[in-house]
Write a protein that binds this ligand. Structure first.
Ligand code: ZN
Length: 77
């Protein structure tokens, strides 16, 4: 998880900024692709707890768009 999406204003912020390169550097070091940075988003948890697909529930959300990035990158690989 990377960042946090405020459930009120939907703005993404970095609550745990990577001070030593984070997952991006880890992916480079391990020679694996960075698929996407998925933020913590309380509405994702609520959707999951209801058994709902968040990509269908909130397709315009930052998190759903990041999941779509992951799917697209896997399809292209
Ligand atoms: Zn806010």
């Amino acid at each position: 998880m990377s960042g946090f999406v405020c459930p009120g204003c939907k703005v993404e912020s970095q609550i745990f900024p990577p001070v030593s390169g984070g997952a991006t550097k880890m992916c480079q070091d391990m020679d694996v692709p960075m698929l996407a940075k998925v933020p913590l988003e309380p509405n994702l948890l609520i959707s999951c707890e209801k058994g709902k697909c968040y990509m269908a529930e909130a397709p315009e959300s930052i998190t759903a768009k990041r999941f779509a990035e992951i799917v697209q990158k896997i399809k292209e690989s």
